[in-house]
Design a protein around this ligand. Structure first.
Ligand code: ADP
Ligand code: MG
Length: 342
């Protein structure tokens, strides 16, 4: 039987907590064995989407197909194949071994537990001696890696990670990255990962997307400028990015809509541009991250309170000496902004 190319297909999926709408996804597909990154501000719906993809919650309406078929929470097709690492994973107050073996035992999979626990530990960079430790004797980073090891022991088809590096040190972040890439390489695991750590995320994902007010969009390379917008004239609205500087856009659909600027709309230069009516603001390169999927560098340039996302070739970086800390000018036209009102 030929398996569908997409492990997940979502159609018109909505989710609400009581009256509060948290998610509205018209269409989204996730290719099997890909690594997809979700970025977006707090409350944008990342955790909610991951819970639906993990089949721990049911959408309020709409359809989620798993490998081309509808699947429901706890149904056999997903029960041990799909696993979610929540933001504050719960470890039982028992040994690391018991924590990691738990899912395998639950599945009735009791053979060679020692080896399999040791293997899962080694994937997250922890030695076999950790198995005997109590879960209470772990640092934050170790606990997160043990929680991940417990999921890896299941060799899942889909592994969903909610802010996996939020409270860990850089080294643990590195191990979590390695383990994720390994799972994909060894078992063809599909990963969907929500993270605020854009540098980390860009370094691991094949594809990223933004979330805002429950809507999924874009390529993750957009700059989002949040309202409220202040009216200047009929078709010019402003957002103050600090005390004495603003950026100007065309009329938003509502005062608190978010403006979206694709990376291709943003130009960088060493000197202020004089083009009429264009936005031109001075910013500082704050970081550069290698974007695995495109063999490009994704940069963040902060101007006032807005982090602009730009994409650069290595050549561009060398030529203009764009290292973190360097000042550059960002320009774009008022009508370059697209809108999401959510
Ligand atoms: P994110 O993970 O991107 O921060 P969430 O998916 O946690 O976003 O939240 C999306 C929206 O749903 C937010 O507005 C949040 O306040 C709301 N929400 C999340 N969990 C609950 C809950 N248990 N009860 C009510 N509202 C919730
Ligand atoms: Mg969240």
């Amino acid at each position: 039987m030929k398996l569908p190319k997409d492990i997940y297909t979502l159609e018109n999926v909505k989710y609400a907590y009581g009256e509060k709408r948290a998610l509205s996804v018209e269409k989204l597909s996730v290719e099997a064995s890909s690594i997809v990154g979700l970025m977006g501000p707090n409350g944008s719906g990342k955790s909610t989407l991951l819970k639906l993809l993990a089949f721990v919650e049911k959408p309020t309406s709409g359809k989620i197909l798993y490998k081309g078929k509808p699947a429901a929470p706890f149904s056999r097709s997903v029960r041990f194949q799909v696993t979610l690492l929540t933001q504050d994973p719960y470890l039982m107050r028992r040994s690391v071994f018991d924590n990691i073996a738990y899912g395998l035992r639950l599945r009735g999979d009791r053979e060679h537990l020692d080896e399999r626990v040791a293997e899962a530990l080694s994937m997250v960079g922890l030695g076999p001696e950790f198995a005997r430790r109590s879960s209470r004797e772990l640092s934050g980073g170790e606990a997160q890696r043990v929680a991940l090891a417990a999921r890896l022991a299941l060799k899942p088809e889909a592994l969903l990670l909610d802010e996996p590096t939020a409270s860990v040190d850089a080294r643990s972040g590195q191990f979590i990255r390695e383990a994720s890439l390994n799972a994909r390489e060894r078992w063809g695991t599909t990963l969907v990962i929500a993270s605020h750590d854009l540098q980390w995320l860009h370094g691991i994902c094949d594809r990223t997307c933004h979330m805002h007010r429950g809507v999924v969009f874009g390529t993750g390379l957009e700059t989002l400028v949040f309202g409220p917008w202040r009216r200047l004239s009929e078709n010019r609205w402003a957002k103050d990015i600090d005390e004495d500087r603003k950026i100007v856009v065309t009329a938003p659909p509502s005062e608190d809509a978010a403006a979206v600027l694709g990376w291709e709309k943003i130009r960088l230069s060493d000197a202020a541009s004089r083009a009429d009516g264009e936005n031109c603001v001075k910013g500082v390169v704050s970081r550069l991250a290698f974007q695995k999927s495109a063999d490009r560098i994704v940069g963040t340039v902060v101007a006032g309170n807005v982090p602009f996302t730009v994409r650069l070739s290595e050549d561009q970086i060398t030529r203009s000496g764009l290292i973190p800390g360097k000042e550059v000018y960002i320009s774009f036209k008022p009508d370059d902004a697209e809108w999401i009102s959510g």
